[in-house]
Write a protein that binds this ligand. Structure first.
Ligand code: PMP
Length: 363
């Protein structure tokens, strides 16, 4: 497979995966390690698959430095099912939870949680179209809240937490769907970290949940079996057939991150890529990035020309150059360059070169 036929795909998700991961998967597609079948055709109860899921979990534990008192679960249902699973499992005492609303995904999570308990919005940045992250401390949360919820990186608006709020004894739940494995984080600060796979991990269909053990076993008694984290934990993510092929690809991505130098190296590269792009945007007369500088996402770089027709022209001309999926989310328009771990520096440089040409031609 040659790299020349591939485009630079700036999609927010599903998005680019490391070429090495897909080439290895392609090689192993019809005959995995000489066992005579594809991973897709393998029983999830087989020794071969057990090795795949166990290795994937261990590699994730290694690259994220996940402490022993956390379980790693490989689930299904997309990120959106976590909007329900979190309250169903964690509203265990006061049935209160505080949400920080910093974008559309946090808003959806908050709305869903309202079905299950006493939910309060501790802060929202909707007053400025989600262009910043509210800075909160322990006093901003209800003392008896069962958990505090936030979205670590706002895929649509292009902001992220650089520092997570202090919540004391109250478990902090973070949706890291669009920035897991992009920067080093201290897992022990969280009660639950969850992430859909389709950005930095692998194909859509797998959701990773990292949960502190003491938070298992408190699900509401009417919780459907499949939505109880404890059932998944007690059964090694195999209460039923797990998304086997997606877990296999996730495992290959974790190995790739290891061989590249770990999450620390991903973070170094991501800072380098994002800084180059933001610095250019800030220096340009045509483009502006609406998010507050200190809260800008390393993964989703949002920018506009200020003219919706020109934005459309940008997206279509970029596409013709092999720079695809640069349109902003359908809810806000403009442009968004998603530059996850798998986007090479070469792609960002090519984008900036195109932006310069476009600026000259449309000045
Ligand atoms: N959270 C975040 C931060 C997301 O970016 C997305 C989707 N891109 C979701 C949740 C929802 O994920 P899903 O489409 O898998 O339900």
């Amino acid at each position: 497979m040659s790299n020349t036929a591939r485009v630079f795909n700036f999609s927010a998700g599903p998005s680019m995966l490391p070429l090495e991961v897909m080439e290895r998967a392609a090689k192993e597609m019809t005959n995995y390690e000489g066992c005579g079948m594809s991973v897709m055709e393998m029983s999830h109860r087989s020794a071969d698959f057990k090795k795949i899921i166990d290795t994937a979990e261990q590699d994730l534990r290694d690259i994220m430095h996940i402490p022993d008192n956390y379980k790693v679960l490989f689930l299904q249902g997309g990120g959106s099912l976590q909007f329900s699973m979190v309250p169903l499992n964690l509203l265990r005492n006061s049935k209160k939870a505080d949400y920080i609303v910093t974008g559309s995904w946090a808003k959806k999570a908050e709305k869903e949680a309202e079905k299950f308990g006493d939910i309060r919005i501790a802060a929202s940045s909707e007053d400025k179209t989600f262009t910043y992250i509210p800075k909160l401390s322990k006093e901003d949360f209800r003392e008896d809240a069962d958990y505090i919820y936030l979205t670590g990186n706002n895929t649509i608006y292009g902001s992220r937490y650089v520092e997570f709020p202090e919540t004391g004894e109250i478990p902090l739940v973070a949706d890291l769907s669009s920035n897991i494995l992009s920067q080093e984080i201290d897992v022990s600060k969280f009660g639950i970290i969850w992430a859909g796979a389709q950005k930095n991990i692998g194909p859509a269909g797998v959701v990773i949940v990292i949960i502190r053990e003491d938070l298992l076993g408190h699900a509401d008694k009417n919780t459907p079996t499949m939505l109880d984290y404890k059932v998944a934990a007690d059964n090694g993510s195999m209460y039923n057939t797990p998304p086997t092929y997606g877990i296999y690809i996730a495992g290959l991505t974790f190995q790739w991150i290891k061989t590249q130098g770990g999450v620390k190296e991903m973070e170094r590269r991501n800072i380098e890529k994002a800084s180059l792009l933001y610095d250019y945007i800030d220096s340009s007369k045509l483009y502006t990035a609406p998010v507050a500088k200190e809260d800008r996402s390393l993964m989703n770089v949002v920018f506009v020309t200020g003219n919706a027709d020109l934005d459309k022209k940008f997206v279509s001309e970029a596409k013709a150059q092999g720079l695809v999926n640069l349109g902003g989310h359908r809810s806000i328009g403009g442009m968004r360059a998603s530059i996850y771990n798998a986007m090479p520096m070469e792609g960002v440089k090519k984008l900036i070169a195109f932006m310069k040409d476009f600026e000259k031609a449309n000045a």
